[in-house]
Design a protein around this ligand. Sequence first.
Ligand SMILES: Nc1ncnc2c1ncn2[C@@H]1O[C@H](COP(=O)(O)OP(=O)(O)OP(=O)(O)O)[C@@H](O)[C@H]1O
Length: 503
Amino acid sequence: MRSRPFVELTAVSKSFVPGHPVLEDITLAFRRGEIHAVLGENGAGKSTLLNILFGMHQPDMGGILLDGRQVVHRSPADAISNRIGMVHQHFKLVASFTVAENLRLAAPATIRKTLRNDADIARIADDFGLPVDPSTIVSSLPLSLQQRVEILKALINRAELILFDEPTTILNPAEIDAFYGVLTQIATEGRAVVVVTHHLEEVLDHAQHVSVIRRGKLISSAPVGNRKRSDLVREIVGKDIDLTAPLEREGGAEGPIELRLENIDVAPTQSSSGLRGASLTLRSGEVVGVAGVEGNGQRELFEVLAGLRKPDSGTVEARHAHKDGRAFAGLVPEDRHHEGLVLDLPVSINLLLNKIGQTPYAKRGRLIHSRINAAAEHMRTQSDVRTRSIHVTPRTLSGGNQQKIVLARAMNEDAPVVIVYQPTRGLDVAASEDVLKKLRLAANAGKAVLIISSNLDEIIRISDRIVVLFAGRTVGEVTSTTSREDIGDLMTGGRQTRTEHRS
Ligand SMILES: Nc1ncnc2c1ncn2[C@@H]1O[C@H](COP(=O)(O)OP(=O)(O)OP(=O)(O)O)[C@@H](O)[C@H]1O
């Protein structure tokens, strides 16, 4: 028999703007011993649901039961004292503090006493099976270890329900497996775990229970059992989508080389190998995928390609370039908050940021808002950015809808090249599919598309050629017909394959 719920949401409704409900009449139960996945499209209301449990938002109607007793969470402090912890999508750590200082800062006074010495913290971390050096400055830790500190924070604060908002978007495949090992242990020890994710394989492989929300309404909540990926997709989107259908490649004619990188070197950093003699070519009409485990030079490669960083040595040639040598390219950076958006300017301006001072959107230094608004409205509809209006700021949008703005802008650029770095990160299944289709269509129409992604499946689906990065080197160039295992082998430093660079 299943255990009694530890925490329940009872008939919870929430609106941020009157008349626009984000959650409607949600009743859900979270049990000890279970990993409970919450799925839904971008903007469905998943983060809002977690934030209500954690006391960051208050429900307009309905409430929270803890062991069957009504509780009110006016703030995260209330939730923490009720043994609820949360690991946010964007970590809440003080980057310049050490691990130990962060753990002490987050602990209530009674617990802080047990964390006086770094040695005590190291022992506690080991006991939880999450070893970490307490004296390390957080900013120097890779994201997977920063996440570990967040999990430790919750465990040290005696959380018995831990909420995770899209925890695996920052992890590579090996780290994802290790992460779910930790979650399974946390659940097996008698805690309840809630995970919001867009990755359905994770749910099928690791969760025991799954709930689906669509546009604020609960569609289903049931054990994972032997449900299939296609069942979940149908519930999430409300219709069937074939996520395995090949993306149509057109022609096969080889266009001219738009971008060529030869022997690029960039110095390594603590979290990345830098680049060591990396080379690649990108032709119009093709999609080239750069596969690799994060930290093997992807960031530096993007920065060099985007003209944001001068390599230490090597050459970059662009067929169409700005006066300063930067290639004309639509860009999707990895970090949408810091590099992709101006979070407090309206969606309309963000959509047209790259064109805002030019004709037809400005005349003699003055913005022509009617034109900006008409173009932005069109882009919003085309890209299915779900927002009440183009005049709100991206800060109030869900993560996936923020990403859609960055993508829409890059695709709208009148440039022969599109360079995208982790383009589907944070996007739901349908939106991810849409992005891949749009990128493929852009290549079919003659653009040169480069996609850097740690998601090997999407690279294989969309690319004509795949370049593998390992330890800063372009260690192999293969096609989408090469097996996943062979590509994986190259990604982890195995066998080296190099087809001739066509020039
Ligand atoms: N503070 C806020 N003010 C106004 N609207 C908000 C606020 N927070 C969330 N919303 C709106 O609530 C809706 C649900 O957002 P939420 O972040 O819960 O979605 P989500 O399901 O987590 O999406 P994603 O998968 O894209 O992260 C969105 O339309 C969003 O714009």
